[in-house]
Design a protein around this ligand. Structure first.
Ligand SMILES: Cc1ncc(COP(=O)(O)O)c(C=O)c1O
Length: 395
């Protein structure tokens, strides 16, 4: 008999009743050190007092009014995002997938309104993940995500990861509306796109007019030590998808865009019942304020260096289990020599939560507020997990 919850997830037999910072507690009080943070969502950890306050304060006043009316919390968050980024305007969604939908629509509408309705194609790269909607799976274009879901939304051109040079420039012809790329692939196995590639994409878009769309759903909102990951390369997008960390655990996403890129999105061209509602935006605004506090992102960078150094030591100590450390900031991956799912299980045995990704990688996406002691504890637990795996394979 089919479970009452549609069985699309492979869930661990773990259930948590409470969270605090980098820790999750089960009903019997067992504490797990959480290096997944809800897959890069709980950027400020669990139950951050300032976010609890922002949410409960708003919950006591007003939950929802619809976008028929002005929403001051939405306006405030949009203003803050515009002030801190390349963008001139913001549309709020409830998820990354919805941000992908709008990014695709915005790019196509841009060219339609410029009198070039044939420019509809979006160039994407292998290993990408842009969500599970019809546009999201067509954009990624691979594997289980698309099997059985034909006909796929047309208008996507798939290139190998990090394609550059003439192969890339030949693909970006007069049918291409935009290039869509994650500056660091998350689901694809924590694969950063080199700065030179991002700069090259920006240059190509400048030459051809194609819009550059960044998907910073996973790598954005402070995770790499900058507010957005592309800032390290200094190559700005025209459109950017954001979600996950922006709501600190409350469902919230956004599309940020320049005035020019957004020029086609006039009244009636897009909408969302819940997108940008007062609860989500009250929390999102508080997340932004905290991430923007002086020294916050420098602390992320310092802790990331510490964690990376410890992880390099871990890989050196367990060459039979781990191959390398990858990633940027607190978006880190361990490429495994044994099955990554086995490493995740071994982590559970040590009361440590880590997340599998493609390319046989385990992801470490801790709360940006993780402490030095918690980093040391996490690496000690990974060490014990790796030792247990080695013992198992020797037996
Ligand atoms: C890079 C990226 N884009 C889009 C999405 C889809 O976001 P959501 O699951 O919020 O719809 C994800 C989710 O993992 C993601 O990592």
């Amino acid at each position: 008999m089919i479970p009452t919850v549609l069985p699309t997830y492979s869930r661990a037999p773990l259930s948590f009743v409470q969270g605090e910072g980098s820790w999750l507690m089960t009903g019997d009080g067992t504490r797990y050190l959480d290096l997944g943070a809800g897959i890069a969502v709980n950027a400020l950890g669990h139950a951050h007092p300032a976010l609890v306050e922002a949410l409960t304060d708003q919950a006591g006043r007003l939950w929802h009014v619809s976008n028929l009316y002005e929403i001051p919390q939405q306006q405030a968050l949009a203003d803050a995002l515009v002030e801190k980024t390349f963008a001139d305007t913001v549309f709020f969604t409830n998820s990354g997938t919805e941000a992908c939908e709008l990014a695709v629509k915005m790019a196509r509408k841009y060219w339609h309104d410029k009198g070039q309705p044939g420019r509809v194609n979006i160039v994407t790269f292998s290993g990408a993940f842009h969500g599970r909607s019809s546009a999201g799976i067509a954009a990624a274009g691979s594997g289980k995500m698309i099997d059985g879901f034909a006909p796929l939304l047309p208008g996507f051109i798939h290139l190998p990861f990090a394609t550059h040079g003439s192969v890339l420039s030949n693909a970006v012809d007069e049918t291409v509306a935009a290039i869509m790329v994650e500056p660091i692939q998350g689901e694809g196995g924590i694969r950063p796109l080199p700065d030179a590639c991002l700069k090259g994409l920006r240059q190509l878009c400048d030459e051809t007019g194609a819009l550059l769309i960044y998907d910073e759903v996973q790598c954005g909102m402070g995770r790499t030590g900058r507010l957005f990951a592309h800032e390290w390369a200094g190559a700005m997008p025209d459109i950017m998808m954001v979600a996950k960390g922006i709501g600190g655990g409350f469902p919230l996403g956004a599309v940020l865009a320049t005035e020019d890129a957004a020029s086609g999105m006039v009244v009636g061209s897009h909408g969302s019942t819940y997108g940008g509602n007062p609860l989500a935006c009250a929390v999102g605004k508080r997340v932004m304020e905290i991430v923007a506090e002086e020294g916050f992102l420098d602390e992320v960078t310092r802790k990331a260096a510490l964690m990376r150094q410890r992880l390099e030591g871990l890989v050196a100590a367990h060459p039979d289990v781990f191959e390398e450390v990858r990633g940027l900031g607190l978006m880190l991956g361990l490429k495994c020599r044994v099955a990554n799912t086995g490493v995740v299980q071994a982590g559970y045995a040590q009361k440590l939560l880590i997340v599998p990704a493609a390319d046989n990688v385990v992801r470490l996406l801790p709360a940006l507020t993780i402490s030095d002691d918690e980093i040391a504890e996490a690496v000690a637990r990974l060490d014990a997990a790796a030792a247990a795996l080695t013992k198992e394979s020797d037996a």
